[in-house]
Design a protein around this ligand. Structure first.
Ligand code: NAD
Ligand code: DAU
Length: 364
């Protein structure tokens, strides 16, 4: 039985991971620490009940006293660090939060682990700090080639630079102090609970509502898409079996141009609305939703292409992406169609009220 601190566990990937681990490893005690920024939504975890195996703590990973208290009181032996500011566009508009959470927040967690885990000689037994990172640290690819674990870091956005910086700190704590760390660098995720500022949920919801679909630049930028469940399984595997001090690239072997994704989403939303009289009544639309596509001003410093070589995790740990993109994207579009209340509450700003209703009295 592990005592796992999962930071950022109310966000998109974090929540999918918490739900996954609670089933895959039911003996573990999961302590979720999340600040509940605009991107954090406690409703994502409503399937879980507080008790011996699960506790939710609202708080900031930068709050050293809170983090130390959790290491002490909960005897944390495992950390999975998802907490981050995650949206590239926001990092261009306001990089400070990215520096504070992604760099200083990770530093605060590393310091707590160093203080509580490295008390004797040598590497501590049964402890592990998994840092969740991104392929964006490697920068941009040309028309060919793949990112491997030895590709030099070359981050281009404030978001990518902040993640790169945190990755370096994690690495340094391994080499300098012997902290038992492991890092994963993953490509673009998609699936349930993704905040509707990111490409796929934004396009699904706007297409349904008949709103413009803003494609940046010429729409030819390439991302390597991975269904979030496959990412969660990779993280769980690295947590159990990854070699300490190593980094593992995780990707979908699934390169797509943005414009092709948006066109596919339009046809899936058209198809779903065709079959569903409720959706047709609430969101009347004539013709094909691809007519909503608009090419808009490009993102500054927009990386052209990402693609991951995930052969290390495949060969060493036996992981492989299980979802074909065609199935994963259909599942995702269906999830957003079937969970309108979830995103309607987010778009109205009401979702923070769920936390107040569930936890307001107890935590003040
Ligand atoms: P997200 O924005 O959906 O969720 C981030 C979560 O972190 C939110 O719940 C938020 O409330 C919480 N948080 C933010 N600042 C905090 C702080 N100071 N203290 C405590 N909690 C805080 O992000 P996501 O897409 O789920 O990404 C999770 C992690 O995975 C990030 O580290 C991101 O860099 C990495 N990643 C994301 C992707 C992707 O495609 N989304 C791909 C590779 C890696
Ligand atoms: O590669 C992993 C990264 O993927 C993660 O580290 C980030 O946390 C995650 O947000 C994601 O970053 P991207 O910038 O690739 O994701 P986003 O969904 O913002 O954009 C995907 C692509 O779509 C990108 O090329 C920009 C483009 N785009 C995005 C939006 C929101 C558009 O063309 N229009 C849009 O409205």
């Amino acid at each position: 039985m592990r005592r796992v601190l999962i930071t950022g566990g109310a966000g998109f990937i974090g929540a999918n991971f918490v739900l996954h681990l609670s089933k895959a490893s039911p003996a573990d005690r999961l302590i979720v620490l999340d600040k509940l920024t605009y991107a954090g939504n406690i409703e994502n975890l409503k399937a879980l009940t507080e008790g011996p195996n699960y506790r939710f703590v609202k708080g900031d990973i930068n709050d050293a006293a809170l983090v130390d208290g959790l290491f002490h009181d909960e005897a944390i032996d495992t950390v999975v660090n998802f907490a981050a500011e995650s949206h590239v566009d926001r990092s261009i508009l306001g990089p400070r939060d990215f520096v504070e959470t992604n760099i200083l927040g990770t530093f605060t967690l590393l310091e707590a682990a160093r203080k509580y885990w490295l008390r004797g000689e040598g590497r501590p037994e049964g402890k592990r700090f998994l840092h969740v990172s991104t392929d964006e640290v490697y920068g941009s690819l040309g028309a060919t080639g793949l990112f491997t674990e030895t590709t030099a870091y070359s981050p281009n956005s404030p978001y990518a630079a902040s993640k790169a910086s945190s990755d370096h700190l994690v690495r340094a704590y391994f080499h300098t102090y012997g902290l038992p760390v492991v890092t994963t660098n993953c490509s673009n995720n998609y699936g349930p609970f993704q905040f509707p500022e990111k490409l796929i949920p934004l396009m699904v919801i706007n297409a349904l509502k008949g709103k413009p679909l803003p494609v940046y630049g010429d729409g030819q930028n390439v991302r390597d898409w991975l269904f979030v469940e496959d990412h969660c399984k990779a993280i769980a595997l690295v947590l159990n079996k990854g070699r300490l001090g190593e980094t593992y690239n995780v990707g979908g072997r699934n390169e797509k141009k943005n414009i092709d994704i948006v066109k596919l989403i339009c046809s899936l939303v058209d198809e779903r609305a065709q079959k569903d009289s409720g959706l047709r009544k609430d969101f009347p639309f004539e013709g094909s939703r691809s007519s909503l596509i608009h090419f808009v001003k490009d993102r500054p410093g927009h990386d052209r292409r990402y693609a991951i070589d995930c052969s290390k995790i495949e060969k060493e740990l036996g992981w492989t992406p299980e979802h074909a993109f065609e199935d994963g994207i259909r599942k995702t579009v269906d999830w957003y169609m079937d969970n309108r209340a979830w995103w309607e509450r987010i778009l109205s700003g009401e979702y923070t009220e769920y936390y107040n209703l569930q936890y307001g009295k107890r935590l003040g």
